[in-house]
Design a protein around this ligand. Structure first.
Ligand code: E4P
Length: 221
């Protein structure tokens, strides 16, 4: 399973890259705004800065909502770097744009997906990735992981190559649930990824190893 980090923060991206488990990055307009990134040149330079840190795919979301605007904006993003994946919302114009990009060999990530029907359309259009939002479904008491499972079954039934990129990840339970179901990718805040490290028995076990070593070392001094 690929681990993408869900942020536009260069420091967090670098920390995840240095950790050695990073396979890519996803951003969205809210995450870019959180970093104070706006304006055509600033946005493009920020995506280039992200591409310079990571080895894998970097999702860059279009702002346009009409087909022509998505095509124009998406093509400008795609030529920035081969790592760029054009992120497009699940709308009628978005599906048309994904089909267009698919025929041109431009990688796409269909985002704001909340149903199996939407995921089926994204695969039919040839999306490289589909981003079902687990956390936002859980927030309204709908089983987000259940959607991942539905999509996995449908995609496997027909051999769709669109990769399930589980998004809106809130915690390690989401990550492990996606791994058990067979999502291709999770995109997560760094905190949720790092929480996979934690177990009280690991911490207490290491403390005991070091205490035992020190006790005997002190005795032998
Ligand atoms: C993917 O990049 C999505 O935009 C992102 O995971 C959404 O997460 P949120 O539901 O926490 O905003």
């Amino acid at each position: 399973m690929k681990f993408f980090i869900d942020t536009a923060n260069l420091k967090d991206i670098q920390e995840a890259q240095d950790f050695g488990i990073l396979d890519g990055v996803t951003t969205n307009p809210t995450l870019m705004a959180k970093e104070g990134i706006s304006g055509d040149n600033h946005v493009k330079n920020h995506y280039l800065a992200i591409c310079a840190i990571v080895d894998g795919d970097v999702s860059a979301e279009v702002i346009a909502t009409d087909f022509e605007g998505m095509i124009s904006e998406g093509q400008e993003l795609a030529i920035l770097n081969e790592k760029i994946v054009v992120k497009v919302p699940m709308t009628k114009d978005g599906i048309k744009a994904i089909k267009y990009f698919s025929k041109k060999g431009i990688k796409t990530n269909c985002t704001l997906v909340f149903s199996a029907g939407q995921a089926l359309l994204a695969a039919k259009a040839g999306a490289t990735y589909v981003s079902p939002f687990i956390g936002r479904l859980d927030d309204i008491s709908v089983d987000g992981l259940g959607l991942i499972n539905e999509i996995r079954i449908i995609y496997d039934n027909y051999g769709f190559t669109t990769q399930i990129l589980a998004a809106s990840i809130r915690n390690s339970t989401h990550i492990l649930g996606c791994a058990k179901i067979g999502a291709d990718v999770i995109t997560s805040p760094l905190s949720a990824i790092l929480s996979l490290l934690k177990h009280p028995l690991t911490e207490s076990g290491l403390d005991q190893f070091l205490a035992d070593h020190k006790r005997v070392a002190d005795q032998n001094m």
